[in-house]
Every structure is written in structure tokens, then in C-alpha cells.
Design a protein around this ligand. Structure first.
Ligand SMILES: C[S@@+](CC[C@H](N)C(=O)[O-])C[C@H]1O[C@@H](n2cnc3c(N)ncnc32)[C@H](O)[C@@H]1O
Length: 336
């Protein structure tokens, strides 16, 4: 293991789990009980990713993540991390999530800078407990739209209201984005774009689309429909898509939950209208953030194999890959 990874057990970050005080208040406890008992696994995945951001806080500054994740998801991930540290695991639980979040943050900031005009729109599909609008100052000239199921957005609003009512947590609730609108919609339906437009989305304005941890929950036709709707916007305005894609073997990790995959998103996206596509794998120079020094960790091993290889030659296990993809297009560009 690298020095940095070895240093983690002594890091006070991992030594004890400190739950946000607000989680013990009655309103917040009730909200999280509803999540546990009434939400389906798809919706609950929003709390799992928030727990990852909360526990990898030495790398990701997301002070609202713990409140949004809730006690049971924080405890469960914390126990996994603890076990991994004790066992000297090469891959500590949540590391994929940490890298993924940092990759999206850095690409979002770079994409905003790349636009000629300062003003932009950022649409987060399947936003869940994402708190970028409160944590990224690069969004100061951007209108942010969070799209998710009505129940998810309602609960998120209630939890953030509880933070607003608390003197201590309120300090984290300063909106960093120019504006934030929550749009209740199911992106499998035909009317989600219309709902987005009713909420103030302007098709002709520079737009960044964030699809983080969402595509593979959709069926193949639904995912393709969403991607095509976004690709169509390239002929109207400079458009950037940031998305993670599972390859086919990854969907076998939970075949009841994961559906859509693409082994070659860098071929798929140009075929539907994006002119430029860049693909990274976890561990690549723009997707390691100092966390992937060990050449023998799973991600570095996968990167050393051609992407066409689906079974690991060492042990026959499936090569489960998560591709981090940036695609873009604009009215002036020709499709390559
Ligand atoms: C794994 S979470 C990711 C949340 C967030 N993007 C993040 O990275 O923390 C998936 C989110 O997608 C939402 N979602 C799944 N299917 C959806 C659909 N058909 N329409 C709208 N939202 C959906 C879920 O409710 C959940 O909040």
C-alpha cells in the first residue's frame, strides 16, 4: 500500500463516527424512518452515495451529506470502511464514490470555464441528495436544476429546512449557485423535459448535464431516450454531458437493479450526435486524486487490460468497469 493509504488508519477521520447532531431531532428521525420503510432501493441509493461523500470528508467538502444520508447509511458504510482498514484491503469501501464525485466536480468546473459566456445552466438528472449547489463556488453564475422523483425532492427539502432551522447547520446552507430549482419528474416519462422548461430551463443557453449514478438504473430504451434528448440540444447550444457508464459485466453485480450498460460509450455517444467524447477509467491520470497509488489495486489492474477483455485472466472474475465520460457538442462543430 502507498504511504497515503497507510496513513489513513491514523487519520482521525476514520477513527470514530461522529453523527451530525440534527440526526437525533424528532423531525429528522421521522424523515429518515420514512426513507427506510417507504422508499424503494433505487430511491434509497441517493442516501448511500451521500453517506460516501460524508465519510470521505477529508477529500470531499460536503457538510450537508451526513444529514442527507441518515444514521443507518452512515453507520453501515462506516463499518465497511473500518473492516477494510483492519484487513488492509487494497480498495477501501466508498473509494469509487469519492473518485467519481471528485471527477464530476473537476470536469464541471472545467466545462463551466470552457464556455465563452459566464452564464450557464447545470441540470442534474437523478440528483438525489447532491448538494453541489451549496458547495461549489464555480456555480456562482449558473442556474442549477435538480431533477428526481417528487418523494425524493420533498424529503430533501424537508431535511434542508431542518438544517435551516438549526443555528449550527444553517451556515452550510448558503447557496453557491446563482439559482437552484428542484424539478419533480420521472425521466422515463415523456414529459420530463417539458417540466424542466416550465421550471425555467432555456434550451438555447449553454448547458452542462450531470448524470452521476443514474444511467444504469434505467432500462436500455429509457437510457437511450434520455441520452438522445440531451444530444439533440447540441445543435441548439454548447452542451456538455458528464456521465458514468457501467460496462456489461458490472451490471451482473446486481442484475435486479442495474440494467443499462455500454461497453463503448465513446462510440455510442458520437453515433447519437455528440462531436467530442473523452473516456476515463478509475485510476486514470484525471481520475485517481491521489487514491490509486497501489499498482495492484483492482482499478489499476483493470486499466492494464484491454477494454475488450471481459473476464480477468488471473482468476476468471468479471472485469467490472465504471467509465467516467465527458461528451460535448455545439452548433458550430461537425460530428467526427
Ligand atoms: C445512486 S442515486 C445518485 C444520486 C446522485 N446523483 C449522487 O450521485 O449522489 C440515483 C438517483 O437517481 C434517482 N432516479 C432513479 N431513477 C430515476 C428516474 N426514472 N427519474 C428520476 N430520478 C431517478 C433516484 O431517486 C436517486 O436519487
Amino acid at each position: 500500500m502507498s504511504d497515503q493509504e497507510n496513513a489513513l488508519p491514523e487519520d482521525p477521520m476514520w477513527s470514530e463516527l461522529k453523527l451530525p447532531d440534527l440526526l437525533s431531532t424528532e423531525t429528522v428521525r421521522e424523515v429518515h424512518a420514512t426513507i427506510e420503510h417507504k422508499w424503494d432501493p433505487l430511491q434509497r441509493s441517493a442516501c448511500q452515495t451521500a453517506a460516501g461523500r460524508a465519510l470521505w470528508k477529508h477529500l470531499i467538502h460536503d457538510p450537508l451529506a451526513g444529514l442527507l444520508a441518515g444514521e443507518s447509511y452512515l453507520k453501515s458504510l462506516y463499518e465497511k470502511i473500518k473492516k477494510d482498514r483492519i484487513n488492509n484491503a487494497r480498495e477501501v469501501s466508498g473509494v469509487i464514490l469519492a473518485v467519481r464525485t471528485l471527477w464530476f466536480d473537476s470536469k464541471l468546473e472545467a466545462a463551466l470555464k470552457s464556455f465563452n459566456s459566464k452564464e450557464a445552466q447545470v441540470v442534474i438528472l437523478g440528483a438525489g441528495m447532491d448538494a453541489r449547489a451549496y458547495r461549489l463556488s464555480c456555480l456562482k453564475d449558473s442556474d442549477v436544476f435538480e431533477v428526481d422523483f417528487a418523494e425524493v425532492l420533498q424529503v430533501k427539502t424537508t431535511l434542508l429546512q431542518a438544517a435551516m432551522d438549526s443555528t449550527y447547520e444553517r451556515q452550510h446552507l448558503t447557496l453557491k449557485a446563482k439559482s437552484l430549482r428542484r424539478v419533480a419528474a420521472d425521466i422515463r416519462d415523456d414529459d420530463w423535459l417539458e417540466k424542466l422548461e416550465i421550471s425555467g430551463f432555456v434550451p438555447e443557453k449553454n448547458t452542462i448535464w450531470i448524470l452521476e449514478g443514474i444511467l444504469y438504473y434505467l432500462s436500455h430504451p429509457h437510457a437511450m431516450q434520455v441520452l438522445k434528448i440531451i444530444a439533440e440540444k447540441c445543435v441548439l447550444t454548447p452542451t456538455v454531458l458528464l456521465a458514468d457508464f457501467m460496462n456489461q459485466p458490472s451490471t451482473t453485480l446486481s442484475s435486479s437493479i442495474f440494467h443499462f450498460y455500454s461497453d463503448w460509450p465513446d462510440h455510442l455517444l458520437p453515433s447519437i450526435g455528440f462531436s467530442r467524447v473523452e473516456l476515463s477509467q478509475i485510476g486514470d491520470p484525471d481520475a485517481h486524486f491521489g487514491l490509486m497509488h497501489d499498482p495492484l489495486n483492482l482499478f489499476n489492474k483493470l486499466r492494464s487490460l484491454p477494454r475488450s477483455v471481459q473476464l480477468n485472466p488471473d482468476d476468471g472474475t468479471p472485469c467490472c468497469r465504471l467509465y467516467l465520460v465527458q461528451a460535448s457538442g455545439s452548433p458550430n462543430q461537425t460530428i467526427l
